[in-house]
Design a protein around this ligand. Structure first.
Ligand code: FAD
Length: 425
Protein backbone atom coordinates (compact mmCIF):
# COMPACT_ATOMS: atom_id res chain seq x y z
CA UNK A 1 0.00 0.00 0.00
CA UNK A 2 1.35 3.46 -0.89
CA UNK A 3 1.48 6.04 1.91
CA UNK A 4 0.53 9.45 0.49
CA UNK A 5 3.43 11.92 0.55
CA UNK A 6 2.33 15.54 1.00
CA UNK A 7 3.00 17.56 -2.16
CA UNK A 8 3.67 14.42 -4.15
CA UNK A 9 3.67 15.31 -7.84
CA UNK A 10 2.04 13.06 -10.39
CA UNK A 11 1.64 13.25 -14.14
CA UNK A 12 -2.12 13.38 -14.47
CA UNK A 13 -3.52 11.80 -17.59
CA UNK A 14 -5.95 14.16 -19.34
CA UNK A 15 -7.79 14.34 -22.65
CA UNK A 16 -7.60 17.51 -24.73
CA UNK A 17 -11.24 18.57 -25.31
CA UNK A 18 -10.25 20.80 -28.21
CA UNK A 19 -8.80 17.96 -30.26
CA UNK A 20 -10.93 15.03 -29.06
CA UNK A 21 -13.47 13.94 -31.66
CA UNK A 22 -15.53 11.92 -29.13
CA UNK A 23 -15.11 8.68 -31.03
CA UNK A 24 -15.21 6.60 -27.80
CA UNK A 25 -12.10 4.61 -28.74
CA UNK A 26 -10.28 5.45 -25.49
CA UNK A 27 -13.24 4.53 -23.31
CA UNK A 28 -13.58 1.21 -25.13
CA UNK A 29 -9.87 0.49 -24.94
CA UNK A 30 -9.26 1.31 -21.29
CA UNK A 31 -8.93 -2.08 -19.59
CA UNK A 32 -9.88 -0.74 -16.14
CA UNK A 33 -12.70 1.69 -16.97
CA UNK A 34 -10.78 4.82 -16.00
CA UNK A 35 -12.20 6.77 -18.94
CA UNK A 36 -15.75 7.99 -19.10
CA UNK A 37 -17.71 10.82 -20.75
CA UNK A 38 -20.71 13.10 -20.56
CA UNK A 39 -22.32 15.02 -23.40
CA UNK A 40 -19.40 17.49 -23.27
CA UNK A 41 -16.10 15.72 -22.75
CA UNK A 42 -14.19 12.50 -22.41
CA UNK A 43 -12.39 12.43 -19.06
CA UNK A 44 -9.92 10.29 -17.11
CA UNK A 45 -10.47 9.33 -13.48
CA UNK A 46 -7.20 10.01 -11.70
CA UNK A 47 -8.14 7.57 -8.93
CA UNK A 48 -8.43 4.70 -11.39
CA UNK A 49 -5.97 5.46 -14.22
CA UNK A 50 -2.70 3.55 -13.80
CA UNK A 51 -0.95 5.05 -16.84
CA UNK A 52 -0.93 1.69 -18.62
CA UNK A 53 -1.00 3.56 -21.96
CA UNK A 54 -3.37 1.03 -23.57
CA UNK A 55 -5.60 3.90 -24.75
CA UNK A 56 -2.85 6.00 -26.29
CA UNK A 57 -1.99 4.25 -29.58
CA UNK A 58 -5.61 3.71 -30.76
CA UNK A 59 -6.63 7.38 -30.31
CA UNK A 60 -7.06 8.76 -33.83
CA UNK A 61 -6.19 12.37 -33.01
CA UNK A 62 -3.66 12.22 -30.17
CA UNK A 63 -6.09 14.09 -27.87
CA UNK A 64 -5.57 11.28 -25.37
CA UNK A 65 -1.84 11.82 -24.97
CA UNK A 66 -1.76 14.67 -22.44
CA UNK A 67 -0.01 14.52 -19.10
CA UNK A 68 0.04 17.49 -16.73
CA UNK A 69 2.25 17.58 -13.66
CA UNK A 70 0.05 18.30 -10.64
CA UNK A 71 0.25 17.84 -6.91
CA UNK A 72 -1.63 14.56 -6.33
CA UNK A 73 -3.93 16.11 -3.73
CA UNK A 74 -4.93 18.85 -6.24
CA UNK A 75 -5.49 16.55 -9.20
CA UNK A 76 -8.29 17.57 -11.55
CA UNK A 77 -11.59 15.89 -10.68
CA UNK A 78 -14.01 14.45 -13.21
CA UNK A 79 -16.26 17.50 -12.67
CA UNK A 80 -13.34 19.82 -13.49
CA UNK A 81 -12.64 17.93 -16.68
CA UNK A 82 -16.30 17.79 -17.76
CA UNK A 83 -16.45 21.60 -17.64
CA UNK A 84 -13.38 22.28 -19.79
CA UNK A 85 -13.39 23.57 -23.32
CA UNK A 86 -9.58 23.48 -23.38
CA UNK A 87 -6.83 21.97 -21.27
CA UNK A 88 -5.66 24.12 -18.36
CA UNK A 89 -2.12 25.44 -18.32
CA UNK A 90 0.40 23.46 -16.26
CA UNK A 91 0.12 24.35 -12.54
CA UNK A 92 2.97 26.08 -10.82
CA UNK A 93 4.23 23.47 -8.39
CA UNK A 94 5.09 24.34 -4.77
CA UNK A 95 8.80 24.56 -3.97
CA UNK A 96 8.50 21.55 -1.65
CA UNK A 97 6.87 19.41 -4.36
CA UNK A 98 8.08 15.80 -4.32
CA UNK A 99 8.55 14.27 -7.73
CA UNK A 100 7.64 10.60 -8.10
CA UNK A 101 10.92 8.68 -8.04
CA UNK A 102 12.04 6.54 -10.94
CA UNK A 103 11.59 3.39 -8.81
CA UNK A 104 8.05 4.36 -7.86
CA UNK A 105 7.23 5.14 -11.46
CA UNK A 106 8.61 1.77 -12.56
CA UNK A 107 6.53 0.00 -9.92
CA UNK A 108 3.38 1.76 -11.08
CA UNK A 109 4.12 0.87 -14.66
CA UNK A 110 4.75 -2.81 -13.75
CA UNK A 111 1.45 -2.91 -11.87
CA UNK A 112 -0.25 -1.32 -14.84
CA UNK A 113 1.23 -3.87 -17.25
CA UNK A 114 0.06 -6.69 -14.97
CA UNK A 115 -3.42 -5.17 -14.79
CA UNK A 116 -3.64 -5.01 -18.58
CA UNK A 117 -2.40 -8.57 -18.90
CA UNK A 118 -4.92 -9.79 -16.31
CA UNK A 119 -7.70 -7.98 -18.04
CA UNK A 120 -6.76 -9.47 -21.41
CA UNK A 121 -6.99 -12.95 -19.96
CA UNK A 122 -10.35 -12.19 -18.37
CA UNK A 123 -11.86 -10.85 -21.54
CA UNK A 124 -10.47 -13.78 -23.52
CA UNK A 125 -12.01 -16.25 -21.09
CA UNK A 126 -15.35 -14.53 -21.01
CA UNK A 127 -15.22 -13.78 -24.73
CA UNK A 128 -16.00 -10.16 -23.96
CA UNK A 129 -16.26 -8.00 -27.04
CA UNK A 130 -14.30 -4.78 -26.89
CA UNK A 131 -11.52 -3.28 -28.93
CA UNK A 132 -9.50 -6.03 -27.27
CA UNK A 133 -11.48 -8.40 -29.51
CA UNK A 134 -9.45 -7.11 -32.43
CA UNK A 135 -5.81 -6.58 -33.27
CA UNK A 136 -3.95 -3.46 -32.24
CA UNK A 137 -1.53 -3.80 -35.12
CA UNK A 138 -2.17 -3.76 -38.88
CA UNK A 139 -1.51 -6.78 -41.12
CA UNK A 140 2.26 -6.95 -41.54
CA UNK A 141 2.14 -6.20 -45.25
CA UNK A 142 -0.16 -3.15 -44.99
CA UNK A 143 1.07 0.00 -46.70
CA UNK A 144 2.28 2.78 -44.43
CA UNK A 145 -0.64 5.04 -43.44
CA UNK A 146 -0.34 8.79 -43.02
CA UNK A 147 -2.26 10.03 -39.98
CA UNK A 148 -3.07 13.46 -38.52
CA UNK A 149 -1.83 15.38 -41.54
CA UNK A 150 -4.59 17.89 -40.82
CA UNK A 151 -5.57 18.69 -37.25
CA UNK A 152 -7.83 21.21 -35.54
CA UNK A 153 -4.93 23.70 -35.82
CA UNK A 154 -4.51 22.97 -39.52
CA UNK A 155 -7.95 22.23 -40.95
CA UNK A 156 -8.34 21.28 -44.61
CA UNK A 157 -11.15 22.92 -46.55
CA UNK A 158 -12.42 20.70 -49.33
CA UNK A 159 -15.20 20.86 -51.91
CA UNK A 160 -18.25 18.66 -52.29
CA UNK A 161 -18.09 17.03 -55.72
CA UNK A 162 -21.28 15.00 -55.39
CA UNK A 163 -23.93 13.86 -52.93
CA UNK A 164 -26.66 11.33 -53.61
CA UNK A 165 -28.87 9.01 -51.67
CA UNK A 166 -27.94 5.33 -51.84
CA UNK A 167 -30.94 3.77 -50.14
CA UNK A 168 -34.39 3.78 -51.72
CA UNK A 169 -36.34 7.01 -51.16
CA UNK A 170 -39.35 5.19 -49.67
CA UNK A 171 -37.31 3.73 -46.79
CA UNK A 172 -36.76 5.66 -43.56
CA UNK A 173 -33.04 4.85 -43.71
CA UNK A 174 -31.33 7.64 -45.67
CA UNK A 175 -27.72 6.75 -46.45
CA UNK A 176 -25.79 9.09 -48.72
CA UNK A 177 -22.72 8.72 -50.90
CA UNK A 178 -20.74 11.93 -50.64
CA UNK A 179 -17.69 12.73 -52.75
CA UNK A 180 -15.17 15.28 -51.48
CA UNK A 181 -12.60 16.86 -53.75
CA UNK A 182 -9.29 17.81 -52.14
CA UNK A 183 -8.05 19.86 -55.14
CA UNK A 184 -4.35 20.54 -54.72
CA UNK A 185 -4.23 19.54 -51.03
CA UNK A 186 -2.07 16.49 -50.39
CA UNK A 187 -4.33 14.02 -48.55
CA UNK A 188 -2.98 10.47 -48.94
CA UNK A 189 -5.33 7.80 -47.57
CA UNK A 190 -5.56 4.04 -47.36
CA UNK A 191 -8.65 1.84 -47.40
CA UNK A 192 -9.92 1.42 -43.83
CA UNK A 193 -8.87 4.91 -42.70
CA UNK A 194 -11.29 7.65 -41.75
CA UNK A 195 -11.51 11.43 -41.72
CA UNK A 196 -13.35 13.76 -39.36
CA UNK A 197 -15.61 16.62 -40.33
CA UNK A 198 -16.49 19.78 -38.44
CA UNK A 199 -20.17 20.65 -38.76
CA UNK A 200 -20.71 24.40 -38.75
CA UNK A 201 -22.31 26.06 -35.73
CA UNK A 202 -22.11 25.81 -31.99
CA UNK A 203 -23.61 23.66 -29.27
CA UNK A 204 -25.88 24.82 -26.40
CA UNK A 205 -22.85 26.17 -24.52
CA UNK A 206 -21.85 28.26 -27.53
CA UNK A 207 -18.83 26.07 -28.27
CA UNK A 208 -17.97 25.06 -31.83
CA UNK A 209 -19.22 21.55 -32.55
CA UNK A 210 -16.56 18.88 -32.30
CA UNK A 211 -15.63 16.94 -35.41
CA UNK A 212 -17.33 13.62 -36.28
CA UNK A 213 -15.46 10.70 -37.78
CA UNK A 214 -16.41 8.95 -41.07
CA UNK A 215 -14.84 5.93 -42.76
CA UNK A 216 -13.47 6.48 -46.24
CA UNK A 217 -15.48 4.54 -48.81
CA UNK A 218 -13.10 4.86 -51.77
CA UNK A 219 -9.72 3.28 -52.52
CA UNK A 220 -6.37 4.99 -52.05
CA UNK A 221 -6.17 6.23 -55.64
CA UNK A 222 -9.43 8.13 -55.35
CA UNK A 223 -13.16 7.71 -55.84
CA UNK A 224 -12.32 8.36 -59.44
CA UNK A 225 -8.96 6.71 -60.15
CA UNK A 226 -6.10 9.17 -59.94
CA UNK A 227 -8.27 12.08 -58.85
CA UNK A 228 -7.52 13.67 -55.50
CA UNK A 229 -10.96 12.86 -54.12
CA UNK A 230 -12.57 10.44 -51.72
CA UNK A 231 -16.05 9.31 -50.80
CA UNK A 232 -18.01 8.77 -47.59
CA UNK A 233 -21.10 6.72 -46.76
CA UNK A 234 -23.18 8.74 -44.32
CA UNK A 235 -26.40 7.78 -42.58
CA UNK A 236 -28.74 10.63 -41.72
CA UNK A 237 -29.31 10.24 -37.97
CA UNK A 238 -32.96 11.00 -37.24
CA UNK A 239 -33.42 8.87 -34.12
CA UNK A 240 -31.03 8.14 -31.28
CA UNK A 241 -29.97 4.65 -30.25
CA UNK A 242 -33.19 4.29 -28.24
CA UNK A 243 -35.35 5.24 -31.22
CA UNK A 244 -36.20 8.73 -29.88
CA UNK A 245 -36.43 11.39 -32.62
CA UNK A 246 -33.26 13.54 -32.85
CA UNK A 247 -31.53 15.43 -35.60
CA UNK A 248 -27.88 14.35 -35.71
CA UNK A 249 -25.78 17.49 -36.13
CA UNK A 250 -23.10 16.34 -38.52
CA UNK A 251 -24.88 13.57 -40.43
CA UNK A 252 -27.77 15.90 -41.35
CA UNK A 253 -25.32 18.64 -42.34
CA UNK A 254 -23.46 16.17 -44.58
CA UNK A 255 -26.53 14.62 -46.14
CA UNK A 256 -27.83 18.11 -47.05
CA UNK A 257 -24.59 19.27 -48.71
CA UNK A 258 -24.78 20.49 -52.29
CA UNK A 259 -22.16 20.16 -54.99
CA UNK A 260 -19.66 23.02 -54.62
CA UNK A 261 -20.17 23.45 -50.85
CA UNK A 262 -17.02 23.71 -48.73
CA UNK A 263 -16.37 21.28 -45.86
CA UNK A 264 -13.85 21.40 -43.02
CA UNK A 265 -11.91 18.16 -42.67
CA UNK A 266 -9.16 16.76 -40.43
CA UNK A 267 -7.30 13.48 -40.64
CA UNK A 268 -6.64 11.01 -42.03
CA UNK A 269 -7.01 8.69 -39.02
CA UNK A 270 -6.42 5.00 -38.41
CA UNK A 271 -3.29 2.89 -38.51
CA UNK A 272 -4.54 -0.64 -37.85
CA UNK A 273 -7.78 -1.28 -39.78
CA UNK A 274 -5.79 -1.56 -42.98
CA UNK A 275 -5.75 -4.12 -45.75
CA UNK A 276 -2.86 -6.44 -46.51
CA UNK A 277 -0.75 -5.40 -49.45
CA UNK A 278 -0.19 -8.78 -51.06
CA UNK A 279 -1.68 -10.05 -54.33
CA UNK A 280 -2.69 -13.38 -52.79
CA UNK A 281 -4.27 -12.06 -49.58
CA UNK A 282 -7.86 -12.93 -48.67
CA UNK A 283 -10.38 -10.62 -47.02
CA UNK A 284 -13.37 -11.66 -44.94
CA UNK A 285 -15.51 -8.52 -44.61
CA UNK A 286 -18.40 -8.38 -42.15
CA UNK A 287 -20.54 -5.25 -42.02
CA UNK A 288 -23.91 -3.65 -41.52
CA UNK A 289 -25.25 -0.32 -42.81
CA UNK A 290 -22.58 2.37 -43.16
CA UNK A 291 -20.04 -0.19 -41.97
CA UNK A 292 -19.96 -1.02 -45.67
CA UNK A 293 -17.84 2.10 -46.32
CA UNK A 294 -14.40 0.59 -45.64
CA UNK A 295 -15.52 -2.67 -47.28
CA UNK A 296 -16.41 -0.77 -50.44
CA UNK A 297 -12.98 0.88 -50.35
CA UNK A 298 -11.19 -2.46 -49.96
CA UNK A 299 -13.34 -4.27 -52.52
CA UNK A 300 -12.82 -1.51 -55.07
CA UNK A 301 -9.07 -1.53 -54.42
CA UNK A 302 -9.01 -5.28 -55.12
CA UNK A 303 -11.24 -4.87 -58.18
CA UNK A 304 -8.91 -2.27 -59.70
CA UNK A 305 -5.88 -4.45 -58.91
CA UNK A 306 -7.58 -7.52 -60.40
CA UNK A 307 -8.15 -5.64 -63.66
CA UNK A 308 -4.37 -5.23 -63.83
CA UNK A 309 -3.82 -8.87 -62.81
CA UNK A 310 -2.24 -7.62 -59.58
CA UNK A 311 -4.67 -9.35 -57.20
CA UNK A 312 -5.83 -12.95 -57.11
CA UNK A 313 -6.92 -13.44 -53.49
CA UNK A 314 -10.41 -14.31 -52.25
CA UNK A 315 -13.03 -11.86 -50.99
CA UNK A 316 -15.87 -13.01 -48.80
CA UNK A 317 -18.49 -10.47 -47.72
CA UNK A 318 -21.15 -10.77 -45.02
CA UNK A 319 -23.43 -7.76 -45.31
CA UNK A 320 -26.40 -7.12 -43.02
CA UNK A 321 -29.33 -4.75 -43.57
CA UNK A 322 -33.04 -4.72 -42.88
CA UNK A 323 -34.00 -5.08 -46.55
CA UNK A 324 -32.24 -4.96 -49.92
CA UNK A 325 -33.70 -1.51 -50.44
CA UNK A 326 -31.81 -0.24 -47.39
CA UNK A 327 -28.53 -1.79 -48.39
CA UNK A 328 -26.03 0.84 -49.53
CA UNK A 329 -24.32 0.02 -52.84
CA UNK A 330 -26.68 -2.93 -53.45
CA UNK A 331 -26.81 -2.50 -57.23
CA UNK A 332 -23.05 -2.15 -57.90
CA UNK A 333 -22.33 -4.93 -55.40
CA UNK A 334 -24.63 -7.36 -57.21
CA UNK A 335 -22.92 -6.59 -60.50
CA UNK A 336 -19.53 -7.79 -59.24
CA UNK A 337 -18.49 -11.15 -60.71
CA UNK A 338 -19.23 -14.15 -58.47
CA UNK A 339 -15.70 -15.46 -58.90
CA UNK A 340 -14.34 -12.12 -57.63
CA UNK A 341 -16.38 -11.79 -54.43
CA UNK A 342 -18.46 -14.25 -52.44
CA UNK A 343 -21.44 -12.14 -51.25
CA UNK A 344 -23.64 -13.20 -48.33
CA UNK A 345 -26.57 -10.88 -47.62
CA UNK A 346 -28.24 -11.10 -44.23
CA UNK A 347 -31.63 -9.38 -44.31
CA UNK A 348 -33.46 -8.95 -41.05
CA UNK A 349 -36.76 -7.59 -42.41
CA UNK A 350 -37.22 -8.99 -45.89
CA UNK A 351 -40.92 -9.79 -46.33
CA UNK A 352 -40.28 -12.99 -48.29
CA UNK A 353 -37.35 -14.43 -46.30
CA UNK A 354 -36.71 -15.51 -42.71
CA UNK A 355 -34.92 -13.02 -40.48
CA UNK A 356 -31.13 -13.38 -40.85
CA UNK A 357 -28.17 -11.62 -39.27
CA UNK A 358 -24.54 -11.66 -40.38
CA UNK A 359 -23.64 -14.08 -37.59
CA UNK A 360 -26.23 -16.59 -38.89
CA UNK A 361 -24.59 -16.55 -42.30
CA UNK A 362 -21.08 -16.89 -40.84
CA UNK A 363 -22.26 -20.06 -39.09
CA UNK A 364 -23.89 -21.34 -42.28
CA UNK A 365 -20.70 -20.80 -44.21
CA UNK A 366 -18.51 -22.16 -41.39
CA UNK A 367 -16.51 -24.56 -43.61
CA UNK A 368 -15.55 -21.86 -46.09
CA UNK A 369 -14.81 -19.34 -43.34
CA UNK A 370 -12.61 -21.88 -41.61
CA UNK A 371 -10.71 -22.68 -44.79
CA UNK A 372 -9.93 -18.99 -45.23
CA UNK A 373 -9.04 -18.55 -41.54
CA UNK A 374 -6.48 -21.33 -41.88
CA UNK A 375 -4.69 -19.35 -44.56
CA UNK A 376 -2.23 -16.94 -42.90
CA UNK A 377 -2.93 -14.51 -45.75
CA UNK A 378 -6.54 -13.99 -44.62
CA UNK A 379 -7.59 -10.90 -42.68
CA UNK A 380 -11.03 -10.26 -41.15
CA UNK A 381 -12.68 -6.84 -40.97
CA UNK A 382 -15.80 -6.02 -38.99
CA UNK A 383 -17.48 -2.61 -39.29
CA UNK A 384 -20.87 -1.24 -38.30
CA UNK A 385 -22.82 -0.62 -35.15
CA UNK A 386 -21.20 -1.54 -31.86
CA UNK A 387 -23.91 -4.09 -31.12
CA UNK A 388 -22.67 -6.44 -33.84
CA UNK A 389 -19.32 -7.21 -32.16
CA UNK A 390 -20.63 -9.83 -29.73
CA UNK A 391 -22.56 -11.72 -32.38
CA UNK A 392 -19.64 -11.80 -34.80
CA UNK A 393 -17.13 -12.95 -32.18
CA UNK A 394 -19.55 -15.65 -31.02
CA UNK A 395 -20.07 -16.83 -34.60
CA UNK A 396 -16.32 -16.99 -35.26
CA UNK A 397 -15.85 -18.82 -31.97
CA UNK A 398 -18.55 -21.39 -32.90
CA UNK A 399 -17.00 -21.80 -36.34
CA UNK A 400 -13.57 -22.57 -34.89
CA UNK A 401 -14.82 -24.72 -32.02
CA UNK A 402 -17.16 -26.60 -34.38
CA UNK A 403 -14.01 -27.92 -36.04
CA UNK A 404 -12.70 -29.08 -32.66
CA UNK A 405 -10.20 -26.25 -32.43
CA UNK A 406 -9.31 -23.96 -29.55
CA UNK A 407 -10.90 -20.52 -30.04
CA UNK A 408 -8.81 -18.57 -27.48
CA UNK A 409 -5.67 -19.78 -29.25
CA UNK A 410 -6.94 -18.98 -32.75
CA UNK A 411 -8.31 -15.64 -31.54
CA UNK A 412 -5.01 -14.70 -29.89
CA UNK A 413 -3.14 -15.62 -33.06
CA UNK A 414 -5.46 -13.58 -35.29
CA UNK A 415 -4.89 -10.58 -33.03
CA UNK A 416 -1.13 -10.95 -32.67
CA UNK A 417 -0.81 -11.29 -36.46
CA UNK A 418 -2.91 -8.18 -37.12
CA UNK A 419 -5.53 -10.28 -38.93
CA UNK A 420 -8.77 -9.43 -37.05
CA UNK A 421 -10.02 -5.84 -37.04
CA UNK A 422 -13.06 -4.06 -35.63
CA UNK A 423 -14.33 -0.57 -36.37
CA UNK A 424 -17.66 -0.17 -34.63
CA UNK A 425 -19.46 2.94 -33.46
P1 FAD B 1 -25.07 13.66 -32.95
O1 FAD B 1 -25.64 15.02 -33.05
O2 FAD B 1 -23.66 13.50 -32.48
O3 FAD B 1 -25.96 12.71 -32.09
C1 FAD B 1 -27.37 12.85 -32.01
C2 FAD B 1 -27.94 11.72 -31.25
O4 FAD B 1 -27.97 10.54 -32.04
C3 FAD B 1 -27.20 11.36 -29.97
O5 FAD B 1 -28.15 11.00 -29.03
C4 FAD B 1 -26.39 10.15 -30.36
O6 FAD B 1 -26.17 9.28 -29.27
C5 FAD B 1 -27.26 9.48 -31.40
N1 FAD B 1 -26.50 8.82 -32.47
C6 FAD B 1 -25.29 9.14 -32.92
N2 FAD B 1 -24.94 8.32 -33.94
C7 FAD B 1 -25.95 7.48 -34.13
C8 FAD B 1 -26.18 6.40 -35.01
N3 FAD B 1 -25.27 6.01 -35.95
N4 FAD B 1 -27.36 5.75 -34.92
C9 FAD B 1 -28.30 6.12 -34.02
N5 FAD B 1 -28.13 7.14 -33.13
C10 FAD B 1 -26.97 7.81 -33.19
N6 FAD B 1 -21.24 7.33 -39.43
C11 FAD B 1 -21.65 7.18 -40.73
O7 FAD B 1 -22.78 7.56 -41.07
N7 FAD B 1 -20.81 6.65 -41.67
C12 FAD B 1 -19.54 6.24 -41.39
O8 FAD B 1 -18.83 5.75 -42.27
C13 FAD B 1 -19.11 6.40 -40.05
N8 FAD B 1 -17.87 6.02 -39.70
C14 FAD B 1 -17.46 6.14 -38.40
C15 FAD B 1 -16.19 5.72 -38.08
C16 FAD B 1 -15.75 5.82 -36.78
C17 FAD B 1 -14.36 5.32 -36.42
C18 FAD B 1 -16.60 6.39 -35.79
C19 FAD B 1 -16.14 6.51 -34.37
C20 FAD B 1 -17.85 6.84 -36.12
C21 FAD B 1 -18.30 6.71 -37.42
N9 FAD B 1 -19.59 7.14 -37.79
C22 FAD B 1 -20.00 6.97 -39.09
C23 FAD B 1 -20.50 7.80 -36.83
C24 FAD B 1 -20.34 9.32 -36.97
O9 FAD B 1 -19.05 9.70 -36.49
C25 FAD B 1 -21.36 10.10 -36.15
O10 FAD B 1 -21.34 9.64 -34.84
C26 FAD B 1 -22.78 10.00 -36.70
O11 FAD B 1 -22.84 10.50 -38.02
C27 FAD B 1 -23.74 10.79 -35.82
O12 FAD B 1 -23.29 12.11 -35.73
P2 FAD B 1 -24.32 13.31 -35.65
O13 FAD B 1 -23.53 14.55 -35.44
O14 FAD B 1 -25.24 13.30 -36.83
O15 FAD B 1 -25.18 12.95 -34.39
Amino acid sequence: MTVETPNRVIKQHLIDPEICIRCNTCEETCPIDAITHDSNNYVVDVDICNSCMACVPPCPTGAIDNWLRVVAADAYSLEDQYSWSELPAEQELPAEAVETSADEAAAVSDEAAAAVADNDVTSELEGLPSTAAGASIPPWSAAHPYVNLYTHKNIATVTVAGNYRLTEADTDNAIHHIVLDFGELPFPVLEGQSIAIFPPGTDEQGRAYHARQYSIASPRDGERPNYNNLSLTVKRVTTDYDGKPVSGVCSNYLCDLQKGDKVKVIGPFGNTFLMPNLPHSNLIMICTGTGSAPMRAMTERCRRLTKNKAFNGKLMLFFGARTERELPYFGPLMNLPKDFIDINLALSRASDKPKRYVQDLIRERADDVLELLDDANTCIYVCGLKGMETGVIEALKDTVEGAGRNWPEVHAQLKSQGRLHFETY
